[in-house]
Design a protein around this ligand. Sequence first.
Ligand code: AP5
Length: 253
Amino acid sequence: MAVILNQERVGASSMAEQALRNIGPIVLLGPPGAGKGTQSKRISEHYRIPQISTGDLLREHVKQGTPLGMEAQAIMARGELVPDNLVCDIVAWRLREPDAQRGFILDGFPRTQKQAAWLDAFLKYEFFDNGKWQSRLPIVIRIEVDYNKLLLRITGRRTCPTCGRIYNVHSRPPLVDEICDVDGTKLVMRDDDREEVIRERLDAYERQTKPVAEYYERLGRLATIDGDQPVDDVTARILKEIDGNAATASEGS
Ligand code: AP5
């Protein structure tokens, strides 16, 4: 698999070591279509820590028809952000699961300044103050891609509803048209991948999420990566960033 081959390139330690060490929190920021989901899945496989996508969690609530899902559905269909308190509640619940105790990748969270402040407080209280992890602030990676390319990527995206694998009819097509390579399921388009909704989602990113990236930049925690590169190259850059950060943290501890 490409991610495993990339280990050589980034000089990462063995899979056994990866499976044991604490990775800590990783935040992936970027506009819709930047490749957060694609890259999160690869990072998750590499370090064996969970991908926690607030978009996926919210879509699951919508599918199950929970009260939260019913409240979120119309908001997501318009391309707006779901209220902070609802999103923070589902993130808190998910971060307390046993599989998140060595580290996790937050895909699409935090997306507002309130969510970022909430996350800082949550990490301090739940992971750092009680000594579960050495104080390790989140590694925040922003993936940047040109606006017009984002539109093309999102309109071409297809997802497998069974395994979650992400394809693109333009750049990463499945072997058989509209069918998942892994499990043969018919691929689907997301409800919010219509052009008028995409524009609203991109606007929401500019208005509400860019300040979050600036917040992390001021704290010296932000690494920006050019997402307009082949998927393997973007993965290699991200892994290098994470491994570099982990090495600095262990030198400092
Ligand atoms: P969410 O599900 O998080 O969607 P998003 O942020 O809009 O991001 P996308 O999933 O569209 O894109 P992506 O960056 O993951 O790209 P992907 O890897 O798929 O959020 C949906 C909604 O939920 C929000 O609008 C909001 O309503 C709500 N929500 C979620 N989180 C929230 C929060 N924290 N607070 C409030 N509300 C929240 O890639 C896209 C395409 O590009 C794919 O086809 C892929 O194959 C292709 N691609 C990827 N990388 C490359 C590459 N390097 N080269 C070429 N093609 C590539």
